[in-house]
Design a protein around this ligand. Sequence first.
Ligand code: GLA
Length: 840
Amino acid sequence: MNQHLRRTPTRLADGRELVYFDDSPAYVSGERTRRLDDPRPLGDRFAPVTGPDGHEHPYTGPEMRLDPLTGDWIPLAAHRMNRTFLPAADSCPLCPATPGAPYSDGEVPDTDYDVVVFENRFPSLQSVPGLAGSPDALHDQDTLQTRAPASGRCEVIVFSSDHSSSFGALTPRRVRTIIDAWADRTEALGHEPGVEQVFCFENRGQEIGVTLHHPHGQIYGYPYVTPRSRAMLAQARAHHERTGGHLLRDVLAAELADGRRIVLATEHWVAYVPFAARWPVEVHLAPRRDVPDLPALSGAERDDLAVTYLELLRRLDLFFEGPDGAPVPLPYIAAWHQAPVREGRELSRLHLQVFSVLRAPGRLKYLAGSESGMGAWVSDTTPEQIAARLQALAPTPAAAPAAQWVESWPDDVGADRVRQAFAAAYPADGPEGGDAGDGVPEVRVYAAPGRVNIIGEHTDYNAGLCLPIALPHRTYVALRPRADSVVRLASAQEPGAAWTGRLEDVAPGAVTGWPAYVAGVAWALGQHLEATGGSAAQVRGFDAVIDSCVPYGAGLSSSAALECSVAVGIDDVAGLGLAATDAGRATLAAAAVRAENEVAGAPTGGMDQSASLRCAPGHALLLDCRPGLDPARAVEQIPFDLAAEGLALLVIDTRAEHALVDGQYAQRRATCEAAAATLGLANLRELADSVVAAAAGAPRAEPAFAEALGAALDRLPDDVSRRRVRHVVTEIARTQDLVSLLRAGRASDVGPLLDASHASLRDDYEVSATELDVAVEAARDAGALGARMTGGGFGGSAIALVPADRTRAVADAVAAAFAGAGLRAPGFLLALPSAPAHAC
Ligand code: GLA
């Protein structure tokens, strides 16, 4: 269900199951893999054990006994005799293995992981092969001393490899992975013979009896329906007989109708303090839809749950304040109530119960006589008071941090900064200087902009159309040519990461990190000169220093800005004259693309470099990416004066990490190329053109278009390719539609096209991220006319078209939504169509 997740199962040395759940792109794509072998000297967990009498006995596992007074099963966890190997007292068994250690020192073989699940080494429930597991057979026995093997499963789920983290500090993406892992285990344990109910839970804090502080939870597969679930099922049955209704659904409806105890309500989830809450702090989180268990949740419900759960935990951790006013992290139990595997599923409904034993800072509610002796609870507070406190902790726009604006630098400021950085890095007459003495060439400064794409996403490498503008945010390079072929590089953003090399040594694979983008351009221009009858030696060595106000990793093409500033610099000092004409700039852009694709190793499509070199102020660049097109026919400047229409384009940098060198981008590209090949086409643009032709030019919204597209999609072998291709074809059509609106002076009507583009990227192309969806929705809610993710995706930036006088209000609302969802504060930029790469 989740494209961004990879599941890797293995077995530990004693035979227990371990499953890695990874969401880091390099693991999802399969580029990297997890360590699978466990080199510890652990014997088979079911091997015979030597008893106190010195004899070997078959391993029996835990037993459980039936309490004849209550009908409850009581597992006896006293069987833990075969402990053959314990980790050293000072090592945490949940931490990843230490790199370089002779053998794994904990339970997890790899030196890192995202989320991992494994069978508990000393379980209180365990199915032992060969021992009859099901207690059902024993129910009929007329005895007051019924015992049975405590079969089932106890698993540990580790939420993070970071020992000092906590569930509430995780990102929504990681929480989504945990939700998927819970769902996976619920499904898997439900298929284990004899398991009647699966329980996912987290105990947090010493007060709850937690001894391992590493963030983790547990998953139990019980061989019986637990007492609380049995009690709830009995109530649900009685309610159904009395009213015909569904108890948990009706409880949620009653809470919503009452409203006083609602803590938060999102599209898919509602959190409320139950009418008869029994704990000093207690809140339930239930889906709006009737869902029996975690596996039944949709992708959208899981995404929403990740954000909502984090918001709930944020508030719970602020619930109590210490004497100094500092929040007291809440010890809590988080318990997922799921339908039993077989019994009463139709009467059950998934919900999370989070509760605490803390009554006040430092004061616990003890389960004393009434609670422990009689099971008769007495509460020391009221549910309304608990709810009022949790409601008061809701984020308000006023309490949220003000929107952080990322300002651009005027050229004189940028040039000044980078000149100063240059002087500091390469003192003019330093021993390593270029032509020391009188012949030292002057230092010149060049600037190139980042870009934001208005529409036409993931179309460039499909020979499609896109529509970027150049940002006023630029990368500055101070460059001084050298007489030799040495290149020395330094960056104000990465102090301490200076690089020196020789041009003749630069080649694909030979340079890594940011220097690859710079040295790669010199290499690619050399290749171009050779291919066109010149000599690569025309490109000489240089010393260069870089500074930039293009946010890095924000999907705003900081890499293209870097390549293109260097490209115009080399062009100038080598006297190539390419930057003087648009056709020459197309050549520079092609060299920058080669640098990125071949030397830096990011298989991107070329939009960014064309935008940085060929955009015009006040215009959007309609770029036709068909290969071999005459440069003059490949671009068209579309007037883009939003201010004249009282509009502005707001860029929201979600500050969620975004990288194009990972496998996801390459995978999308490969899927598209394979689909085109299946259809017998050179690229998907040919399909887009043929769909438009077959629909006799009918607009994208009309059935003829859908029919023509559907006929092509039917020829593709799998659903994933069909969705990817549908995105590309409809996105090209949306780009054409949007350009038509701009040409007609109707910029204020383009909002729905932006919205549709986002939906297509999120649902069909699957390159969005929680942060992008939150940004887009919050912007729309606050009055944006349309909004979408922009750039490659998986993080990075979103754009919102806003009435100019609402710009700040929309930014503040987005900042508040991020704070409310527990996300990192985003950055904001105003996208004014600005100048392309130039000498300063
Ligand atoms: C990144 C790439 C571009 C383009 C976009 C998606 O920005 O660098 O070439 O593919 O993603 O439209």
